[in-house]
Design a protein. Structure first.
Length: 183
């Protein structure tokens, strides 16, 4: 049987491809009237009416765009006026700090003056923030005044380092006494 198929297949292949590739006309399921232009302009009066309608729509769109642009310009001018009315330290802080991250990054934090100084120094030295020395003092002063540390933050920022120093001092003292006892 395999031998028979192997013999007949090369003979039948051209015939099968001819049958498969034979083009037969295909008819669409839609009527030829679907291709007629029902909404086409039939006379000069309709053409003028459509042209006027199109011009009116284009003018309305231009007015809408102009109004939106004017509203955006007004909003931008109001925002600039509000920004100019803010105190210099607040403007400087916003200008420098929001170059790299949103203002929520520092408005939600509360630190002592010393910790704000460390935060700004870290931004300048490690992140290469473009903040001059005199601007750093203004920014640190503003952040310490506007977002001061609360009770638990003061304990964390001053108490834990102080406790660590006392603990290290105690360990050093005990180690020294122990070392003297051995030698």
């Amino acid at each position: 049987m395999r031998r028979l198929v192997a013999l007949l297949l090369p003979l039948m292949f051209p015939l099968l491809t001819q049958i498969a590739l034979h083009a037969t006309p295909v008819r669409a399921d839609i009527d030829e009237s679907a291709y007629e232009a029902r909404g086409s302009v039939r006379n000069e009066q309709e053409r003028q009416r459509f042209h006027a309608q199109f011009a009116a729509e284009a003018e309305a769109e231009r007015r809408r765009i102009d109004e939106a642009e004017a509203a955006r310009a007004r909003a931008e001018a109001e925002a600039q006026a509000r920004e100019a009315a803010r105190p210099y330290p607040e403007r400087l802080t916003r200008q420098k700090c929001t170059l790299c991250h949103p203002s929520d990054n520092y408005t939600t934090k509360h630190h002592t003056w010393f910790t704000w100084r460390l935060v700004v120094a870290r931004m300048v030295w490690l992140n290469e923030a473009p903040i001059a020395m005199d601007e750093q003092s203004v920014i640190v002063g503003h952040l310490a005044a506007a977002y001061p540390a609360r009770g638990e933050e003061i304990v964390t920022e001053y108490g834990l380092p102080a406790a660590a120093l006392v603990l290290l001092g105690g360990i050093a003292w005990i180690g020294r006494r122990f070392w003297k006892g051995i030698h």
